[in-house]
Design a binder for this molecule. Structure first.
Ligand SMILES: [Fe+2]
Ligand SMILES: [Fe+2]
Length: 359
């Protein structure tokens, strides 16, 4: 049998009260100390660590990434809290050697860590995108989006300032690494709303850069993209995540995400008129056949038209359980065929921007 490595374990926990029994169990494997989320650093003789942390907090993600960059050989075990795919994805992004669901007994966590330590010394497990601007930006923007949707779902107290944390990472990532790399990264998310909003944000960044907008306007367009479907946080999950096309009654419920999101942001306060217009009107079409207000032509502001083009394109190229994503060429063929409904001059500019960004 391979002997266990000697040294100490560290339990990083942001809920020290409930971490005591886990600390005691891990102490039976190797001497273990608990450290708070504010002190993410390994001890000199650390042989492995357990992270019992909220992985959707951007500051914790940054701290963990720095910690793992310093000690890439260490076995690292993550306890996953609610947040489903978003949390699991964050743990995978950090190169977790093992993930266990929250609620796993302290004894089982300790046994799992014992198993990790008995394995031959592993090669460094790469942190996804360590040094990669795309992966870090996706983590950051993903955490911002998660915070936005969770707040919208739970209390409606959405904070406009927190959203701004996700803007520059997306613009920088798309600008430096290209749209194709961004699409590849965010298409890996299983949560459909999450994947969609990050796709639209990357496309909006591409469009803004391609149009040569000033920095402030670029940021505003990406902000609008991140927020445009916030009302989906109030749509029942069985409709939102249905693994197939919606029936007419379900589609009617889904369509209310526009008015729900608009009302939610007005209630929250601090969002400007153009952003409110995007949230309410991004499904309006120039010929008046869209929803919820059947706006037509000049009544639809430019920023809404830009997001609508990004939104429809994203829906065509995203991965759905019931159909394969369309290719760039097929998606643009459909967009160009929407003459009268979409602003075709904008569609042409968008196609040039996408081509210019390498996707
Ligand atoms: Fe929408
Ligand atoms: Fe959308």
């Amino acid at each position: 049998m391979i002997p266990m490595r000697a040294g100490t374990l560290v339990l990083f926990s942001d809920r020290p009260g409930s971490g005591v029994s886990l600390l005691q169990a891990l102490d039976g494997v190797a001497p273990c100390r608990m450290r708070p989320a504010t002190r993410l650093m390994p001890a000199g003789d650390c042989i492995g660590f357990v992270a019992d942390l909220d992985l959707l907090q951007p500051s914790l993600l940054r701290g963990l990434r720095a910690l793992i960059a310093e000690a890439p050989h260490l076995p690292r075990l993550f306890l996953l809290r609610q947040g489903g795919e978003r949390t699991a994805s964050a743990a995978r992004g950090l190169g977790a050697t093992l993930c266990l669901p929250d609620g796993t007994s302290p004894e089982d966590v300790a046994e799992a860590m014992r198993g990790q330590l008995r394995r031959p010394s592993p090669p460094p497990v790469p942190v996804r995108g360590q040094g990669s601007v795309i992966a870090q930006a996706a983590d950051r923007a993903g955490a911002v989006l998660a915070g936005l949707l969770d707040a919208a779902r739970a209390t409606g107290a959405v904070d406009p300032l927190l959203i701004d944390d996700g803007l520059d990472p997306i613009l920088d990532a798309v600008g430096e690494a290209g749209l194709g790399a961004w699409l590849d990264t965010v298409r890996a998310y299983d949560d459909a709303t999450y994947q969609h909003c990050l796709l639209v944000a990357g496309l909006a960044a591409t469009f803004a850069i391609g149009l040569g907008l000033r920095t402030r306007d670029r940021e505003h367009l990406v902000r609008a993209a991140l927020v445009h479907d916030v009302g989906k946080a109030r749509i029942p999950l069985e409709i939102l995540n249905k693994a197939g096309p919606l029936d007419p009654a379900e589609r009617a419920v889904m369509r209310t995400h526009t008015t729900l999101g608009h009302a939610l942001l007005i209630e929250a306060g601090g969002f400007d008129q153009s952003l409110l217009a995007v949230v309410r009107h991004h499904h309006e079409l120039l010929d008046g056949t869209g929803y919820p207000d059947r706006l037509a032509g000049a009544a639809i502001p430019d920023i809404v038209r830009l997001i609508t083009v990004c939104d429809i394109y994203a829906a065509l190229i995203e991965r759905r359980p019931y159909r394969a994503p369309l290719s760039t060429a097929e998606a643009f063929r459909i967009l160009r065929g929407m003459d009268g409904k979409l602003d075709l001059a904008l569609v042409r500019s968008f196609e040039q921007a996408v081509a210019g960004m390498g996707a």
